[in-house]
Design a protein around this ligand. Structure first.
Ligand SMILES: [Zn+2]
Ligand SMILES: [Zn+2]
Length: 92
């Protein structure tokens, strides 16, 4: 049984701070101040995600609302079913 020769390399298991990438001697491997920064970042990120997930009012650009009967009609139509005539858009 021969022993498998491994490349002689001294690897120090030194934890690197996941925030700043610098070696940290703390138990969690992260600097306390960096931990605070990370928590703040996560909180901000979550807040942003929450805002992004917030449903916004869906507006259909191909529809316009008749001011007379409040009905939504196709934007290309010039006259509503109720008889209201939409003002002609410039350059249309
Ligand atoms: Zn750090
Ligand atoms: Zn109408």
């Amino acid at each position: 049984m021969g022993s498998i020769s491994k490349p002689h390399q001294v690897v120090r298991t030194q934890p690197l701070c996941p925030v700043c990438g610098e070696p940290s001697y703390s138990r969690d491997g992260i600097h306390p101040q960096c931990n605070v920064t990370r928590n703040d970042r996560v909180r901000t990120k979550a807040h942003k995600a929450k805002v992004a997930a917030k449903p916004k009012s869906v507006s259909t650009p191909w529809l316009k609302r008749c001011p007379k009967c409040s009905r939504q009609v196709a934007a290309r139509r010039h006259t509503c079913d109720c008889g209201h005539q939409f003002p002609h858009s410039a350059g249309g």
